[in-house]
Design a protein around this ligand. Structure first.
Ligand SMILES: Cc1cc2nc3c(=O)[nH]c(=O)nc-3n(C[C@H](O)[C@H](O)[C@H](O)COP(=O)(O)OP(=O)(O)OC[C@H]3O[C@@H](n4cnc5c(N)ncnc54)[C@H](O)[C@@H]3O)c2cc1C
Length: 435
């Protein structure tokens, strides 16, 4: 094992592998990734791994478009091809006027960065996914590049390319301590020995705060349990030659994609649950949370009405795993505030769909001092100390409950308020209290 490197990345999920790969692409090959278990053994291995192009602002669209193009390039590499269902296409169901207005808005936002989404009729949506019932559907927002990838193969492909140009990866080697020297360089203490380096990157997924504790930092990140189920094979899918379009439904809070000859259906339930706030079992690796599908029952009736074949097909497996949320639901990609030479790629909810982009901008910032896009909305410095653990948990629950709902202009989401106020707050509040 090396005893010195320019940068050490802690964590070998999609975030760490993408950071490693992009650092090598930007020219830093003296870089190391340290993983406590196997690559992808955190959240990444069991991800539904959808890679939509549709997002709700220009930076996220750019990150997703880049991610899709990178994954396509990896999948087309004849030396190491990976399973990627590229450009299957995705339908976001529009069932009320607010969603329709928001769809028009996002179509024009996307046009500004050269990306096209379309509104299509319910009949056209059914042609692309005949398992859907069109009741109550006004239109569907069509994302032609939506797809899904094998997340384990994806990380192996990134690792392979990184190793080919000199990067090293040490598996089964937990980081157990971090010491910062007076020069601000680091010593990364691992089970197999120390590695001295200039920069560290925390990419520890739901264990972000274990690495944080080694630096005396609490990240505004709390994980939520999240579930999907996979059905047994469905006759109609067995007969088809092409895959049915992927589906996301803001009204009924679910997503759905084809998995082999069955369906994978993920639910954002209202009665949701945080994960690991008071500590995580050290043995929780390549692991799942207990199946708790009953939490999803209040949503299932509407989902089954939307996809009637779900009423009769059996459920083959249920996956319940941790997914990281920050205090404002955006990721933390960039410089860690208050600690020199420490970088972050944490709190990523859409780690597969945006992970290529996160690695790219992080590497650009580390190597060149800035990224090609305005990354303020990813910048860890945007969330300050008001976001303590309790506040972050309240916001994580609220964001999870609203995961698929459009956030309308001037809509206030109340959880955790008023953790941070302006000096005018008590003055404006006073007359209201008197009246
Ligand atoms: C059920 C489910 C479905 C999902 N579906 C999608 C989807 O469709 N599309 C999408 O984009 N996203 C999806 N996600 C989210 C996505 O999977 C995550 O955002 C992503 O996998 C997070 O990757 P990561 O690398 O940040 O974290 P992880 O995959 O958790 O990786 C962190 C790594 O750090 C390692 N580590 C931790 N501590 C240490 C230490 N001290 N020393 C060394 N190594 C350490 C861990 O072992 C782990 O391998 C889903 C998540 C869930 C739970």
């Amino acid at each position: 094992m090396k005893t010195h490197a320019r940068a050490v990345i802690i964590g070998g999920g999609i975030s760490g592998c993408s950071a490693l790969y992009h650092l090598t692409r930007e020219g830093w090959t003296d870089v190391v990734l340290v993983e406590r278990d196997e690559l992808t053994s955190g959240t990444t291995w069991h991800s539904a791994a959808q890679c939509p192009n549709l997002a709700f602002n220009q930076l996220l669209i750019l990150l997703r478009s880049y991610t899709i193009s990178l994954y396509k390039e990896l999948a087309d590499d004849s030396d190491y091809p990976i399973d990627y269902h590229h450009a299957v296409g995705g339908l976001r169901l529009v069932t009320d006027q607010n969603q329709l207005d928001a769809s028009h808005h996002i179509i024009s936002v996307a046009k500004g960065v050269g990306v096209d989404f379309d509104l299509i009729s319910p009949e056209a949506a059914i042609e692309r996914n005949p398992l859907l019932n069109k009741d109550g559907m006004i239109v569907a927002l069509w994302d032609p590049l939506d797809g899904d990838i094998d997340p384990a193969q994806l990380c192996q492909a990134l690792a392979r390319r990184s190793r080919n140009v000199g990067a090293e990866i040490y598996r089964h080697n937990p980081v157990i301590g971090l010491t910062q020297k007076p020069s601000y360089d680091w010593v990364v203490h691992t089970k197999s020995g120390d590695i001295a380096c200039e920069y560290i990157v925390n990419a520890c997924g739901y264990r972000v705060n274990e690495a944080g504790a080694m630096m005396g930092v609490e990240y505004p990140v709390v994980s939520m349990e999240h579930m999907y189920f996979v059905t047994e094979p469905i006759e109609e899918l067995k007969r088809r030659e092409s895959r049915v379009a992927m589906v996301r439904c803001p009204r009924d809070s679910f997503y759905m994609r084809q998995e082999k000859q069955g369906l994978l259906v993920g639910v954002y339930e209202h009665d949701c649950k945080t994960f690991g706030i008071d500590g995580i079992d050290p043995g929780f690796a390549k692991s799942l949370c207990p199946n708790d599908i009953d939490r999803c029952l209040p949503k299932l009736e509407a989902i089954f009405d939307r996809v009637p074949c779900l009423k009769t097909v059996g459920i083959q497996s249920i996956v319940n795993g941790p997914i990281a949320y920050t205090a404002d639901a955006g990721p933390l990609v960039g410089k860690l505030p208050g600690v020199r030479n420490a970088w972050s790629i944490n709190g990523v909810r859409v780690g597969i769909g945006e992970g290529g982009g996160y690695g790219k901008v992080l590497a650009q910032m580390m190597v060149h001092g800035e990224a090609e896009w305005d990354t303020w909305q990813l910048d860890p410095r945007r969330i300050t100390r008001y976001a303590n653990r309790e506040y972050t948990a309240l916001k994580a629950i609220e964001d999870y409950q609203n995961e698929f709902r459009w956030h309308m202009p001037h809509e206030h989401r109340p959880a955790g308020r008023p953790a941070k106020t302006t000096p005018l707050y008590p003055i404006l509040k006073e007359p209201l209290q008197k009246s």
